[in-house]
Ligand binder design. Structure first.
Ligand code: ARG
Length: 457
């Protein structure tokens, strides 16, 4: 029997029933729905709507249903339109007409908004834990690969030497911001819609502050219209997931590039590589490519939800039922891609010799200009002089360290015989000791900050 059978006696066109049903996806809210209903039954008892005995009977019925879900014993039936109707139907089977009192003063509108928030808050914690594991892997790499030097790139052109640990930690901080964002969204979303009714509030004397505490929310929502239609928490969750995906994708892209024969900097473990059905020699980075691809999907899920929300008029509209699939899919995606990236990084083989060999003397051109600056030459002039030295070396077909001193001095008399000390990559690293730089000492300090960050939040 439909919930609205009193008003509409005809039956739905089957294809409309199919469109209308959300059970195929919102069954994932089962645990939250039972939990919310138990709290609501208690609140109704406190308000004097249910006797204590009635509330107890409803609550134990709901607890049984909760156990049915947990053990996989719960059986859905054809007429279950969504998770809320399924739970109520089952409660009626278990305790009879008393079940009909549970929905007093409540609407599926405030019910689903509450269930969904509870679900997202749990997903936030789960994503946080996965991110933390990834960050731990990045820190472990930064420690393991300590003192490995590789070229830093801008525009994918060799730029300046950096420590590999510095490179790993660069990615650490992006994921730290992701965790901070999730935390922030969690804090903002612990506002409880239950007790807002369909749109105008509940007409029974519900102590919403106590109800909020029961369900682990910080406070009851201050406006019933807003509460039943607010899906900011879902949009924010998708945005957080999208940005996590994007950070993973950029890291994946770099590793894919570094794993090419042309770079040869890293090699993926076999557990994180696949072969080709045709070419026997291939070792492909499919897992990382899929991590990269999933970030595109996340962007789509976010865009889809925003487009669905943007023109909704006041309070609840059925469009809002479509808020769940993208959020579920995004959470599932994170559950896949975060552990894959964590494992790929932890097991990655690093070819330190190839990395160091790729640091050529030209990458120290900035340091050569700085050398002149230390001798009183204005930086702009020093920059030009070194640029000329690079061209001159190129014309003579030699590397910068092989260009004779006389050639340097012909370009800029401030060059002295000690200029050749500049062509030592470790010296270039040491010089970048200001906070946030790639000098070993600065990276040490950064590592301490990273460890503290992962511990605290
Ligand atoms: N299945 C619905 C959803 O997920 C529940 C709310 C239905 N409310 C209504 N007024 N039809 O949004």
């Amino acid at each position: 029997m439909k919930l609205w059978a009193g008003r509409l006696s005809g039956s739905l066109d089957p294809v409309v029933a199919q469109l209308n049903a959300s059970l195929p996806f919102d069954r994932r809210l089962a645990r939250q729905d039972v939990r919310g209903s138990i709290a609501w039954a208690r609140a109704l008892a406190r308000a004097g709507v249910l006797t204590p005995a009635e509330a107890d009977e409803i609550v134990s019925g709901l607890e049984e249903i909760g156990r049915e879900f947990e053990s996989g014993q719960f059986v859905f039936v054809e007429s279950d339109e969504d998770i809320h109707t399924a739970v109520e139907r089952r409660l009626t089977e278990r305790i009879g007409p008393l079940a009909g009192k549970l929905h007093t003063g409540r609407s599926r509108n405030d019910q689903v908004a509450t269930d969904f928030r509870l679900w997202v808050l749990e997903a936030v914690d789960q994503a946080d834990a996965r991110l933390r594991a990834l960050q731990a892997a990045l820190i472990a790499r930064a420690e393991k690969d300590w003192s490995v030097v590789l070229p830093g790139y801008t525009h994918l052109q060799r730029a300046q030497p950096i420590l590999l640990s510095h490179w790993w930690l660069a990615h650490f901080w992006a994921f730290q911001r992701d965790r901070e964002r999730l935390h922030d969204l969690g804090r903002r979303s612990r506002v409880m819609p239950l007790g807002s009714g369909a749109l105008a509030g509940t007409a029974f004397a519900i102590d919403r502050a106590a109800l909020a505490r029961d369900l682990g929310f910080d406070s009851p929502s201050p406006n019933s219209l807003d509460a039943v239609s607010d899906r900011d928490f879902a949009a924010e969750f998708l945005f957080c997931a999208t940005l996590i995906g994007l950070h993973l994708s950029r890291l994946a892209e770099a590793l894919i590039l570094y794993a090419t024969a042309e770079f040869g900097f890293v090699e993926l473990d076999e557990a994180y590589s696949t072969g080709s059905s045709l070419m026997p020699q291939k070792k492909n980075p499919d897992p990382l490519e899929l991590v990269r691809a999933k970030s595109g999907k996340l962007i789509g899920l976010l865009s889809g939800l925003l487009a669905m929300l943007k023109a909704l008029p006041s309070a609840y509209d059925k469009d809002l039922q479509e808020d769940k699939p993208p959020v579920f899919e995004a959470a599932d995606t994170l559950e896949l891609v975060l552990p894959v990236m964590t494992g790929a990084i932890a097991t990655l083989k690093v070819y330190t010799d190839r990395m160091r060999a790729a640091v050529d003397a030209q990458m120290l051109a900035t340091d050569l200009a700085d050398y002149l600056v230390e001798r009183g030459v204005p930086f702009r002039e020093a920059h030009r002089a070194v640029g000329q030295a690079v061209s001159r070396a190129e014309a003579l077909g030699v590397a910068l360290p092989q260009l004779p001193l006389a050639e340097y001095q012909a370009i800029q008399p401030a060059f002295g015989p000690d200029l050749f000390q500049v062509f030592e990559p470790d010296r270039a690293l040491q010089r970048r000791a200001a906070t946030g730089g790639t000098a070993p000492q600065a990276v040490r300090e950064q590592l301490d900050l990273a460890k503290a960050a992962i511990r605290s939040r």
